[in-house]
Design a protein around this ligand. Structure first.
Ligand code: NAG
Ligand code: NAG
Ligand code: NAG
Length: 231
């Protein structure tokens, strides 16, 4: 009994030791790796080293700023038939003229740790696809992680609605008490002051539908999703 036991004991340990020795130098046969072997952590470190350039690249990627239409204030709106008889002899009696003062506040949010710079912003107000008026906001620079209002004003004076859909505008204004306008804005931004020369230069297109009440000049709807109504 004692011999057999000793024989068992002497047979087993060498085989186990052999497995252990082959497990330590990262051999693939040792799946049940022992605790004293740090191969696992070493491979993790290697993977980390391999990923490091990608992580640095990712952290260095410029963060896209947010540029959106924030506020719309209609200060003045009037439509009137061709009152001044002698001014345009060619104007038909059904001509309708439009006056509109509208203040548009866009907001730019710089999400990046570097400075942001914008080129001039071109803003346009359209009715049924026809441009009523335009405004240009000069380019500017914006500090890192900051929010900045971009204010503009579009003034339309005696716009001849013959080019557009004047009966519809009259109906929108007087019966429906809701006039729908489209506001578009285009600009180009750039992130500057990064250690790398990889400076992004990208376009912003904002397109919003707004509906306002001509009676009390309040805004009823603002939809900047881009998938709004199509004229
Ligand atoms: C609308 O704009 C015109 C031209 O700048 C200005 O004379 C007029 O006072 C403005 N009206 C309102 C209500 O802001
Ligand atoms: C903005 O760009 C779009 C597409 O390029 C164009 O249709 C639109 O007229 C532009 N708007 C302004 C205000 O420049
Ligand atoms: C403006 O008029 C519309 C209806 O024409 C009404 O629903 C809205 O509450 C009014 N807003 C204000 C601020 O008076």
């Amino acid at each position: 009994m004692s011999n057999q036991y000793a024989g068992d004991g002497s047979l087993r340990p060498p085989s186990a030791q052999g497995h252990r020795q082959s497990a330590c130098p990262c051999s693939s046969s040792a799946e049940s790796g022992s605790n004293e072997c740090h191969c696992f952590y070493f491979s993790l470190f290697l993977i980390f080293l391999m990923l490091l350039p990608f992580m640095i690249y990712y952290l260095n990627q410029p963060r896209t700023p947010d540029f959106d239409l924030d506020r719309v204030d209609v200060e003045y709106f009037r439509i009137a038939p061709n009152e001044v008889g002698g001014a345009g002899g060619t104007a038909s009696p059904s001509a309708v003229y439009l006056w509109l003062n509208i203040t548009l506040r866009f907001t730019s949010v710089n999400n990046d740790w570097a400075k942001l710079s914008y080129e001039a912003t071109n803003i346009c107000v359209l009715y049924h696809g026809a441009p009523l008026g335009k405004a240009v906001v000069p380019g500017f620079q914006q500090p890192r992680y900051s929010t900045r209002p971009v204010d503009s004003r579009v003034i339309v004076s005696r716009f001849n609605m013959l080019q557009v859909d004047s009966p519809e505008l009259v109906r929108d204004a007087s019966v429906n008490d809701g006039v729908e306008l489209r506001v578009t804005a285009n600009t180009t931004w750039k992130i500057t002051g990064r250690p790398t020369d990889d400076i992004t230069d990208d376009q912003v297109h904002v397109s919003c539908f707004v509906v306002f009440s001509p009676r009390n000049l309040s805004l009823a709807l603002k939809n900047c999703d881009g998938a709004g109504k199509i004229f």
